[in-house]
Design a protein around this ligand. Structure first.
Ligand code: FAD
Length: 416
């Protein structure tokens, strides 16, 4: 079924009786050409692009819970391509270009909103770093504008500019950045993959990976063994667990990241604002709630919930940036499990086991990468080699030293 204005009008006239499920609920087959483990945005996008770009449609996505129950449905929805290093910049800009055509491509309203992402700078050194990043972006053909304090004030006059600890001295603006509705992205990719023949199998946990003579044979699941010559892991915070099933150790730590949403208020913030001095980011949802977050909790965990010290830390940053926060009530908070890599950049690569592929290391930033991650991972799985866009996102860079240390923070997950 194609969604359109005419379809909406027709359904309105016949009492909404003609809608069909957006995707099937199939029993898993005994064997597929390719399996993707993880029904988050990345896994579903991978399956979609395997079918659309490479004609590989005998594919299943295996999800232990319901699709979008992981980080895909828990993030703060920010999309941007304001990266510094060559290994990252072209990849994230490819993602931004895919976002720009995604809703037409998927025939689904993912509420992509290019409302602008403004990174504030609070010191002269931070301004120099922002100028360098903006110049690197422009050299890659990406839009970037360096604003002085007056330029920021004209956009967001209600911030605390003259805070003695964190005076706002300017900002780096990417106007094409913004937000997308995270669960709609999951549903859109699921529906589009299903339409091309992909089986989306929910409530199907992978419990083992069968390997014979250095080659993957398939996976053990709570619904029996499923064979495949190609298996892609896109399980975000559970990457180390899944890799462990195949006898591998990854340079990944799992940490909790929390997010918060306030009660709905009248329109206040019409862009995304990030606050480097306190590591804080905020936007306003279409329902009016302020959606915001900060740092990871800072201890290893596989639990989708965080602790109170980080709540205090995030609220302090919020108050420092926007004192009116003190009058707001927080409605909800939640946590997700982050796959923190040791240089802060992702891994999209083959593994040492033939037919087993890795998609992990997304840290804070995997939502914006969803389309390009699926696109590149599908390419890597289909052709058994990296696309130039993910060529630097190799697993062995942690052995060779060819790191993509975007933040210059080294192997410290709490600093990425
Ligand atoms: C609070 C928070 C805020 C964030 N904010 C942003 C943001 O603003 N912008 C941004 O770009 N990124 C953000 N991120 C990061 C982003 O959400 C993730 O990097 C990205 O969603 C990870 O890819 P994914 O969607 O495929 O992961 P997930 O949605 O986590 O998908 C992995 C799936 O694998 C499944 N799985 C795990 N183990 C198994 C198994 N054994 N068998 C079968 N299935 C399994 C899980 O259930 C899960 O559904 C945020 C994350 C969090 C938690």
């Amino acid at each position: 079924m194609t969604y359109s204005f005419l379809r909406l009008a027709a359904e309105a006239l016949r009492g909404q009786t003609g809608w069909t499920p957006a995707w099937r609920d199939p029993e898993p087959k005994a064997e597929y050409d390719a399996l993707v483990v993880g029904g988050g945005g990345h896994g579903l996008a991978t399956a979609y692009y395997l079918a659309r770009e490479h004609g590989i449609t005998n594919v299943a996505v295996l999800e232990k819970g319901w699709i979008g129950s992981g980080n895909a449905g828990r993030n703060t929805t920010i999309i941007r391509s304001n990266y510094l290093l060559p290994g990252n910049e072209a990849f994230y800009e490819h993602s931004m270009k895919l976002w720009e055509g995604l809703e037409q491509d998927l025939n689904y309203n993912a509420m992509v909103s290019q409302r602008g992402v403004l990174n504030l700078v609070n010191s002269d050194a931070a301004r120099d770093a922002a100028a360098r990043r903006g110049n690197a972006m422009r050299l890659h053909g990406v839009d970037a504008e360096l604003l002085d304090a007056d330029g920021v004030r004209a956009m967001v006059p209600y911030l605390d500019f003259d805070n003695a600890r964190f005076p706002i001295k300017g900002g780096l603006l990417q106007r094409r950045g913004g937000t997308a509705r995270h669960d709609a992205v999951v549903w859109g990719f699921a529906r589009a993959a299903d339409r091309r023949g992909v089986d989306i199998v929910q409530n199907c946990e992978v419990t083992g990976i069968r390997v014979s003579n250095g080659r993957v044979m398939g996976v053990e699941t709570t619904r029996g063994f499923i064979g495949a010559g190609k298996v892609g892991l896109a399980v975000a915070g559970n990457s180390s667990r899944l890799a462990g099933m195949a006898g591998m150790r990854l340079p990944i730590e799992s940490h909790v990241l929390q997010a918060f949403v306030s009660e709905a208020i009248k329109p206040l913030i019409d862009c995304v604002i990030t606050f480097g001095a306190g590591h804080f980011y905020i936007s306003q949802s279409d329902k009016g709630g302020l959606v915001f977050g900060g740092d990871i909790d800072g201890y290893n965990s596989y639990a989708q919930r965080g602790g109170l010290p980080l709540v205090e830390d995030v609220m302090e940053a919020f108050m420092a940036l926007l004192p009116l926060a003190g009058r707001l009530r927080v409605l909800r908070s939640w946590g997700g499990i982050m796959d923190m890599s040791m240089d802060g950049s992702p891994i999209i690569d083959r593994s040492p086991i033939e037919g087993l592929y890795l998609n992990t290391g997304w840290c804070y930033g995997g939502f914006k990468a969803t389309p390009a991650s699926g696109w590149c991972f599908a390419w890597t799985m289909a052709k058994d080699e990296a696309h130039p866009l993910n060529a630097a996102m190799r697993l062995d860079r942690f052995a060779s030293g060819a790191l993509i240390d975007e933040k210059g923070a080294g192997p410290y997950p709490n600093k990425h």
